[in-house]
Design a protein around this ligand. Sequence first.
Ligand SMILES: [Zn+2]
Length: 335
Amino acid sequence: MNKTVTIGNVTARPGEIQRGVLEVGNDMAGRPQAIPLLVVNGSEAGPCLWINGATHGDEPEGAFSIFLALKQLDPQQLAGTVVAVPAMNVNAFTAGTRGDPLDTFSYDMNRIYPGKADGYPTERIAYAHWQAMQASCDLQIAVHSGGEHSYLAHMIFASDNPASLELAAAMGPQWPLVFRSPVGGGNPSSMMGSLGKAGITVELGGNCRSLTRDFHVVAEDLAASYLNVLRHYKMIAGQPSYAPAWQQGYQIALLAPATGLFVGNPELPFERPIAQGTLLGTLYDLYGDVLAELVAPREGVVFGLRSRPSVLAGQWCCFFGVVEQTVTDLLPARS
Ligand SMILES: [Zn+2]
């Protein structure tokens, strides 16, 4: 039998789904500022999974995928607890921007964990979120995407500890790219890793794929991955599936070599090996002359590309992965 869970102002007894908020100070009108959350508390005991969406306010994939996944969850058939936070940074989400436009001091919420009770505005939100999460969470999935300027294909940044790598593998067969990210990165996943628990940051989508059917495709992919995770940890019934192997390595940020109009190579494959020198995109000036070509600096995989064509020299154009090794041992050995 599971036990009753209380997070923020939400109390969920075994077999219940409840909703409420984490409160973080007051707004200008004196109303409480709040982070909405949903708690699905299973009837049986098990791990506690947190799914965190919209750390960055221009990345709505977490919210929609959480809605789709929770529709498929019956707390009576769940072992453990799922805590879902559709939008961690509510002010940024409201504005549709990466960070809270009202907070220029701690703009990027994914760099400031564990936050600070008496810190800058977003640090206070991160602090409230982390205090609630670290008290209960065993497994954490932070959902990100290319946001307003880019598209990102399937990529997992896993904290560099065995529990996090196992969680990455549990996401399922469409996630063979699992790069290790060092503990200590100031984001929720690295905080989980520093506690020896499981924390991963997953990337999929971007505002260029948030129109009608396309948004569903992205969110259904993510929702299916969360359910695969629940099967892997035996929180719901069913057989999980896995990638046959995982590619590990590091990313290189390929920045625009000039200010202009960036147009990606229409034949460019994502998530598949490409050769050094492969054309990634072309930069034009506003007379139609080619300013520069962006090419693969070495053999690697493209897991993301700029989707907003106007670009300044030095802005991100391509998320390029260098694969160092292929491994088959992210899952603990089965007895
Ligand atoms: Zn993000």
